[in-house]
Design a protein around this ligand. Structure first.
Ligand code: TYM
Length: 334
């Protein structure tokens, strides 16, 4: 069986990097030969301080956004991580099989904890163990993500391998990352050396899926570029990260390749190119906003979907936990 699991944090609104780098692939993979499970990972969001009201609202809005972009809760299982307590249970069991050294070498931990690692919360260090639990709880074989999650996926494979080896069972699959398309790493609109991120303090660094047409056009107009025209070959592009990023976004939104965009638009001035990019972004994103408005107008419908989907997820999760408890020597009485 081929099963996909992936997750997204409800820390802020979903941005174009999340969408083009990961979530659009989730939508497409639903029509292939996989079982698909997608999750708003609200427990992960708690690794940095959150306002409780805002976290709850963001989680619901994110789940509605996932439906608006095309995750079909009848085809896929779609839920919030905290609905299924087995995620944290498996994370504990895995944390007893994961050396600290593996966690301390994670780049995201080093970036987020900065110079004061001893002051960072334990949850921030333990984060990748919870992520491994998310994936392995469902025996997922494939995990569609953006490039920044590659290292966490390697760790997940190490934890799965270490469980299998320690207990001499071929129990967990070693999940494959699926890093697909031209937009596996979308960069900030303000700085081509930083990835587009929910935590950037500047709202102009990212386009959110809920931005209206005027905001999208303004953010693209203000996006940093250099004085030269649109690159007309790849060679010319490598030393120009901001130009490359806008070409990547264009190619991905138009569902084509960067080479095709260079062939069509190379040599154009950036003001002309940005106007075309803004039109393209609005044409892709505005139907999503409209669908989201419709979904948020009916919170009871979203609750019903989450209740049903959370129960489907939990049924699978319970089976894994029973097996793992049994394997690790814990009492398992129902
Ligand atoms: P998160 O919430 O940061 O991002 C969700 C997805 O979006 C991708 N992504 C990007 N892709 C391209 N360009 C960007 N600038 C960009 N920014 C984000 C991410 O790679 C991700 O695929 N740890 C995960 C959430 C998680 C998870 C999981 C993922 C928790 N458990 C289990 C997969 C499986 C995270 O923080 O993603």
């Amino acid at each position: 069986m081929k099963r996909i699991f992936s997750g997204i944090q409800p820390t802020h609104k979903m941005h174009l990097g999340n969408y083009l780098g990961a979530v659009r692939n989730w939508v497409r993979l639903q029509s292939e030969d996989y079982e698909t499970i997608f999750c708003a990972v609200d427990l992960h969001a708690l690794t940095v301080p959150q306002d409780p009201q805002a976290l709850r609202a963001n989680t619901r809005e994110l789940l509605a956004t996932l439906i608006a972009v095309g995750i079909d809760p009848k085809k896929s299982i779609l839920f919030a991580q905290s609905q299924v307590p087995e995620h944290t249970e498996l994370a504990w069991l895995f944390s007893c099989l994961t050396p600290m050294g593996w966690l301390k070498r994670m780049t995201q931990f080093k970036d987020k904890a900065g110079k004061h690692q001893d002051l960072a919360m334990h949850g921030l260090l333990a984060y990748p163990v919870l992520m491994a639990a998310d994936i392995l709880l469902y025996h997922a074989t494939h995990v569609p993500v953006g490039e920044d999650q590659k290292q966490h996926l390697e760790l997940t494979r190490e934890i799965a391998g270490s469980f299998n080896h320690r207990f001499e069972r071929d129990y967990f699959p070693l999940p494959e990352p699926q890093i697909l398309g031209e937009a596996a790493r979308v960069m900030s609109l303000r700085d081509g050396s930083k990835k587009m991120s929910k935590s950037d303090s500047s709202d102009y660094s990212r386009i959110s899926l809920t931005d209206d047409a005027d905001t999208i056009a303004l953010k693209i107009r203000k996006a940093r570029t250099d004085p030269d025209p649109v690159p007309s070959d790849r060679e010319n592009m490598d030393s120009r990260p901001e130009a490359r990023n806008l070409l990547t976004i264009y190619a991905s939104l138009a569902d084509t390749t960067i080479d095709a965009v260079i062939a069509e638009r190379g040599g154009e001035s950036f003001s002309t190119f940005k106007a075309a990019l803004a039109d393209l972004a609005v044409s892709v994103l505005s139907p999503i906003s409209q669908e989201l408005d419709r979904l948020t107008a009916d919170p009871a419908q979203l609750d019903a979907i989450l209740r049903e989907n959370g129960a489907r997820a939990r049924e699978i999760a319970r089976g894994t936990i029973a097996d793992v408890k049994d394997t690790m020597g814990l009492i398992n009485i129902d």
